[in-house]
Design a binder for this molecule. Structure first.
Ligand code: ADP
Length: 601
């Protein structure tokens, strides 16, 4: 790079540097600064002044120091070796850069994202003579037991395969040759992609299939589609980490990308220590065999934090393009937006709300737009998806915060983690009153095909009962329980069962940690069935107290622990509900004076 034009720094302001003499340098081009060759990216060009955000600490950098162009935008390296790695915000392998300089990240280090020496076993999936273009899968590497890394023709390459062979190769060695109009292309397993640009797809498909998570409050009440977007606010101790771990472990996404923008120094360290320890519950193998982690601790420069979210999503798109369903978790996007704010402030841009730049909304939208379900490039018309779950941590939990508001305008599901519920030990502490999902209609259609239309009917009724419970509780607070009719008392009873017997789910209990959609349906069906039968009983003259103390209630409460292969037990509980509720009014008829008269219904 020594022959490239050199510019000169004229000002350093925290993570922002202003340089001159960089004629021809483009927006978003990566440059190297000073003698340490720190990484930076051009983010504003004003006449001859170039503003550069620097991804590393800028101490020691000063006016007069050189700036060298790379003539490349910020890119990620894509190829075997990504899986199970922890990267920093600009895709440097964290363990390796930390290893070099103790626990501190040394600056300006040129360690490539992916190992150049490791040999991978390349197996062809295409043959000599095949005509291929961008996105075509020409071979694979069994990178881990969980993930087959598909080797695809990179963007812009088209032609006939003139040689391809099974071999052990590094990511820089040729595995196939493609002859096209522009000559011979020596295909290597290593590709690059600019992080700020969405990777091309053949077609975007509306997300209608559920991302199965096994978490009852999410799957039944507030589902997310494969390729959908969701926002989770996470007050400390509300169970956000557990929710994320549950999704990473159980969602039917083959690949997980976790982007962490840490709040406190040690918080990210926890993630770095915990994530690699997680076990894939289905296989018993490390979850890390199908995960990539991007980590920013709070002491890393803000610019790297700003870039990290794009680094993460670009890697997710690459795995999506192989035909995988990818789940991306970004935690938290509030810290990311703060980085945006700090840099914008240094650029002296006109501040919008709370000092965030006026383009905050479009930046957030641009990020979530990279989620979705797609038909990938390539003749096999394979499909892939990116489901994007962003955590927000507004200061003081204030939901009117601009980042939260801008996020809610673009995501289609909101899982309102509520610290009040957490303090009552109701887990997952996802509020049924504030959460919502705009995917329910499409997903209902999908789930009803296997489970039947009762799925939707039960869910709608359960939601209505929970809403009604909230109103009734307010009434009880004002005028006391006595004011309620028996029918209202039954509503309170059923709503309590929905909360405790259905929504509460213990992530640490083997029988309870994951519930299939079928079992979820059967569980909720018991409660709704109880509600209907009890209402009939009340109308026939039964007493509310006997209905709220039926022995079968204990069986309903314990139904969550029934194993997935013993779902036939649910039928016997249904029968018992029928018998016991019927008995409450039969006995009433036989002994008309034995219980008090029901109140108005
Ligand atoms: P946060 O990340 O929001 O600070 P955590 O996810 O670490 O909070 O949760 C705090 C604690 O709450 C956990 O250690 C655990 O004891 C409890 N908890 C959270 N979710 C669940 C759950 N689904 N089942 C059981 N316990 C839970």
């Amino acid at each position: 790079m020594s022959d490239k034009a050199e510019g000169k720094i004229i000002k350093v302001s925290g993570p922002l540097v202003v340089a001159v003499d960089l004629e021809g340098t483009k927006m978003h081009e990566v440059v190297r600064l000073g003698r340490q060759r720190l990484f930076g990216e051009v983010i504003e060009i004003r006449s001859d002044k170039y503003s550069i955000q620097v991804y590393e600490q800028t101490e020691g950098l000063g006016p007069g120091d050189p700036v060298v162009r790379t003539e490349m935008p910020l890119t990620v390296e894509l190829g075997p070796g990504m899986i199970g790695t922890i990267f920093d915000g600009i895709q440097r392998p964290l363990e390796k850069i930390m290893g070099r300089a103790g626990n501190f990240i040394s600056r300006g280090v040129d360690i490539p994202a992916l190992d150049r020496d490791k040999k991978w076993h390349f197996v062809p999936d295409a043959a000599e003579g095949d005509v291929v273009s961008a996105g075509e899968i020409v071979g694979h590497v069994d990178e881990t037991q969980a993930i087959t890394h598909k080797i695809m023709v990179p963007s812009g390459i088209e032609g006939r395969i003139t040689s391809i062979e099974e071999k052990n190769a590094t990511i820089e060695e040729t595995v196939a040759v493609i002859e096209g109009e522009s000559g011979a292309h020596h295909l290597k397993m290593l590709q690059r992609w600019p992080v700020r640009e969405a990777r091309p797809v053949a077609e975007r498909i509306p997300p209608t299939e559920p991302l199965v998570t096994g978490q009852r409050v999410l799957a039944t009440l507030f589902p997310i589609a494969k390729g959908g977007t969701a926002c989770v606010p996470g007050p400390f101790g509300s169970g956000k980490t557990v929710v994320q771990h549950q999704l990473a472990k159980w969602a039917n996404a083959e690949f997980i990308v976790y982007v962490g923008c840490g709040e406190r120094g040690n918080e990210m360290t926890d993630v770095l220590l915990e994530f690699p320890q997680l076990k894939d519950p289905r296989t018993g193998r490390p979850l890390f065999e199908r995960t990539v982690l991007v980590a920013n601790t709070s002491n890393m420069p803000v610019a790297a934090r700003e870039a990290s979210i794009f680094t993460g999503i670009a890697m997710a798109e690459y795995f999506r393009d192989m035909g995988y369903n990818v789940a991306v978790m970004a935690d938290s996007t509030s810290r990311w937006a703060e980085a945006l704010r700090e840099i914008s402030g240094r650029l002296e841009e006109m501040p919008g709300e709370e000092g965030y730049p006026a383009y905050l909304g479009s930046s957030i939208a641009g990020f979530y737009e990279r989620a979705g379900k797609v038909t990938c490039l390539g003749s096999d018309r394979r499909q892939g998806s990116i489901s994007l779950i962003g955590a927000v941590r507004p200061p003081g939990g204030d939901m009117s915060d601009p980042v939260v508001q801008a996020t809610l305008r673009v995501v289609r599901a909101f899982w309102g983690l509520d610290d009040r519920l957490a303090s009552e030990r109701h887990f997952p502490a996802i509020s049924w009153l504030t959460s919502y999902s705009l995917y329910t209609r499409e997903i209902d259609k999908h789930v009803s095909q296997t489970i039947g239309p009762e799925w939707q009917r039960n869910r709608t009724e359960a939601s209505a009962l929970l809403q009604r419970e909230d109103e009734l509780q307010e009434m009880v607070r004002l005028v006391g329980m006595e004011a309620l009719s028996d029918s209202d008392r039954l509503t309170l009873q059923t709503a309590k069962m929905i909360r405790e017997d259905f929504l509460q789910q213990n992530a640490f209990m083997d029988e309870d940690t994951y519930t299939s959609l079928e079992k979820q349906f059967k569980m909720l069906n018991l409660i709704i069935h109880y509600h209907h039968k009890s209402r009939e009983a009340l109308e026939a003259g039964a007493d509310i107290d006997s209905l709220t103390s039926l022995p079968v209630l204990e069986r309903i409460a314990r139904a969550k622990l029934l194993p997935e292969d013993k779902l036939e037990e649910f039928d016997s509980i249904l029968k018992e509900i029928q018998e016991q509720t019927a008995e409450t009014h039969i006995s009433k008829k036989e002994y008309p004076n034995s219980t008090r008269n029901p109140k108005s219904k």
